[in-house]
Design a binder for this molecule. Sequence first.
Ligand code: HOC
Length: 396
Amino acid sequence: EESVPVNLDDFERIADKRLTKAVHGYYSSGANDEVSLRENRVAFERIRLRPRFLIDVDNIQLQTSILGYNVSMPLIVSPTAMQKMAHPDGETGVAIACKEMGIPMTLSTLATTSVTDVSANCGGEGLRFFQLYTFRDRGITYDLVKRAEAAGFKALVLTVDTPTLGRRNADIRNQFSLPTGLSLANFEAPKAKSTLGSEGTNLSDAREAVRIAAKQGMADHSDSRSALSAYTTKFFDASLTWDSIKWLKSITNLPIVVKGVMTAEDAILAKEQGVAAVWVSNHGARQLDGVDATIDVLEEVVDALRGTSIEVYLDGGIRRGTDILKALALGARAVAFGRPALWGLTYNGKEGVSQVLQMMKDELSLAMKLSGATNVSSVPRDLIRMPYDAPYKSKL
Ligand code: HOC
């Protein structure tokens, strides 16, 4: 019998049991040998907290702002593809849970609910960002951007770590493809044709092909790669460069968040393109295996952007309130997670996601009180000790 989950690991264990082998494999996998997947967690465990006491923590401040929007805590739900595989509530369940909690959700390009429907199902309320994959046919990308704008999404989260799909063993073994009955809803014919601009009206055959392939559940797979890999190789734009952000900025006024940055060098290139935020991520360790844990490169990225107004977010291994606190101490404005929302969704649809988010809020509050951190916007660096920090020398 299942007991009530008391931490995110419990949610994960329950979800693991309930999901089909193929869906579980898809959601949980990292790339190759999953070195970076393990490291994303272990790196958090290596960081130690340096609590301060006899500080008034009766009224701590969890609220902050993200891209100028007030949020109840510094947490974003990361984009994850095909959420209806977890539960029929799917992306709508995640969006409503985030809306109620007062935090942003990020909808994947590869969602099983369209931008338009997610927004309508939330009554147009809530803070939503749209995660963008770019297609070889720019008309498709243009169309996606315009529909996200029309649906009231407030930022574009451009994923940069996916020129092609990482190799995930489980997906190959399970010949993963989208279960029958679900579709990649953002490629259904747009409901409101009026949202298309002049460039959007002349959509090429490629868009039709994407739509058909999406409908067929990415059925084209072989022994050596998953259907998702075949699908993305065919349609996604592997020729994207930093310069392409200029084109994106020419078609939208939405702030651009670049997701997948792992080095100071790329943070600086993102800055040169005038992005609003940099999201440190290794794609849940699903792309290039052998990269550092995100928390281990956070400070490098924060240092590269110091003195600018560019916000820095981080995902990868956030499972505890203390993890959030550690990332804030290293300079993140907010953190994000993807899989825990999927576990909540699997556990109990929208309600399960709400439980997961509330658990994180409670844990963050507890961590702050126990360590003497009073405000999420000003967590001091010396609240933590990184493994690479010099041994303590008295500054007193
Ligand atoms: C090259 C395309 O985020 C995942 C999703 C989808 C990735 C598409 C990448 O499976 O990690």
